[in-house]
Design a protein around this ligand. Structure first.
Ligand code: GAP
Length: 441
């Protein structure tokens, strides 16, 4: 049996659409560029990824969670540096009016859209923050931004959390939420969009300990991706050095994933020093210093080690890594199977009565209803068993249970393993236990 990985992003886009993972936003109106809607299976998968992250990042003594609002006081974005510096250099083609990021194309070459030469405008800065108005009065005093990162909601709550939860350094604050960036060139499916979700954690530490914290979180974050089934050979580190390093960081590493279009950043781990808290002190005129009772009541601004992963980019990696084609080009023998880690699979088990006949259907339905109390499950009775298996393979269901005429005699069912396609006869009263063992998450 041969097995191939995802080679073309379009194959994944089409599977996501036909199986209910991801649809184009506002499709009946012709779609809205780079905006995507998660369908029933996509949202289950996304929720499973978020739950896995939340468990890993908050079920710890030293990390707590928050959920800050998307709108924040406009001064937050002056303090953070986003108003002044969250820009990408942009050029227009004077001929066809297409826009490009100046650092992503060769300006000496022809326009990639219309092929005209020498028609680019001079690069100019384009701020990526979306602006909107808050309240009924449309003047500049009511201008607010859609947050371009969730991190600032954590920084401004540093003292609230530290004091109410009586936390001592080092400790972290985690958050999952939407972020918005008016990207000049979004694309590659859900890789770069204008609305996306981030899963971020800021770990507040004593200045001088940032190297150790970096090592610790690099290891934890890498292992988390691997524990969710991403193959380590599809991951690599990218260290930011020199001009590549953001102005607020003294060290930064990305975890990159080998997407179908090439290696791309999935997660950033940044040593942000005390840049953010210092700027918020300066702009808010509030004292944000930490009182270190264990170090002679010294007062200082903590340093911050940040882990920041895009939920959608992580989901794209999970989808891409799970996608396999077995026996490609071999007609009937070919199958597309999403080999999700059972923890992430949107549906854990499917009950498939072999025939649509009452004596088989009634007990099969009963079994499904029992299993559904514990696991996201599907019941499917329409079409040939082969077609039903194919659908479950494509949505990555780890186990399919067939209920046949023999089941009425021997009180047993056949359980088929998604990955090996091996089938096992299991007595009805052991099905739950069988799944509990196999789906240990
Ligand atoms: N708070 C730090 C921060 O926001 P970032 O590197 O700009 O750092 C973190 O973003 C992560 O957010 C990225 O690694 C990526 O996974 C995700 N991300 C950023 N821009 C994105 C976009 N336009 N579409 C989808 N995900 C994006």
């Amino acid at each position: 049996m041969s097995e191939t990985n995802l080679k073309d992003m379009q194959d994944l886009v089409s599977l996501c659409k036909r199986r209910g993972f991801i649809f184009q936003s506002s499709e009946i109106y012709g779609g809205l560029a780079s905006c995507w809607d998660y369908g029933p299976l996509g949202i289950e998968l996304k929720q499973n990824i978020k739950n896995s992250w939340w468990k890993a990042m908050t079920l710890r003594d030293d990390v707590v969670g928050v959920d800050a609002s998307i709108f924040m006081h406009p001064t937050v974005w002056m303090a953070s540096g986003h108003v002044e510096g969250f820009n990408d250099p942009m050029v227009d083609c004077k001929q066809c009016k297409s826009r490009f990021r100046a650092d992503k194309i060769d300006l000496a070459k022809a326009c990639p859209v219309c092929g005209s030469s020498g028609t680019f405008t001079e690069p100019r800065d384009f701020n990526l923050m979306f602006k909107t108005q808050m309240g009924p009065v449309e003047d500049s005093s009511a201008q607010v931004y859609l947050r371009p990162e969730t991190a600032q909601g954590i920084f401004v709550n540093f003292l609230n959390v530290q004091q109410t939860m009586r936390k001592k350094l080092p400790f972290g604050i985690s958050q999952i939420g939407k972020a918005f960036r008016n990207e000049i060139t979004p694309g590659n499916f859900i890789f770069r969009t204008r609305e996306f979700e981030q899963m971020e954690m800021q770990y507040f530490i004593k200045p001088g300990t940032q190297k150790d914290a970096m090592e610790m979180w690099k290891e934890i974050r890498w292992n988390w991706h691997v524990s969710n089934g991403i193959r380590p050979e599809h991951l690599r580190w990218h260290e930011h050095l020199g001009n590549d390093l953001a102005h607020y960081a003294d060290a930064a590493f990305d975890i990159e994933y080998k997407y179908a279009m090439g290696w791309g950043e999935m997660e950033g781990i940044h040593s942000r020093t005390d840049f953010d808290l210092k700027r918020h002190e300066e702009f808010s005129k509030k004292n944000l210093k930490y009182l270190d009772a264990e170090d002679g009541n010294k007062k200082y601004l903590p340093y911050v080690l940040e882990t920041s992963v895009g939920c959608d980019r992580c989901l794209l990696a999970v989808l891409s890594d799970a996608y396999r084609v077995e026996n490609e080009g071999q007609g009937e023998a070919e199958r597309v199977v999403m080999k999700f880690h059972p923890r992430l699979a949107p549906v854990k088990v499917a009950v498939l009565p072999l025939v649509k006949k009452e004596p088989v259907e009634v007990p099969a339905r009963k079994l499904f209803e029992e299993l559904q109390k514990k696991y996201p499950a599907e019941y499917d009775v329409s079409g040939s068993i082969g077609k039903r298996y194919r659908r479950q393979d494509e949505i990555g269901t780890p186990f399919c249970i067939t209920f046949d005429f023999d089941s009425l005699e021997d009180n047993a069912v056949t359980i088929r393993d998604r990955d090996t396609m091996a089938q096992e006869r299991v007595s009805l009263d052991r099905v739950q236990e069988y799944l509990d063992n196999k789906l240990k998450m």
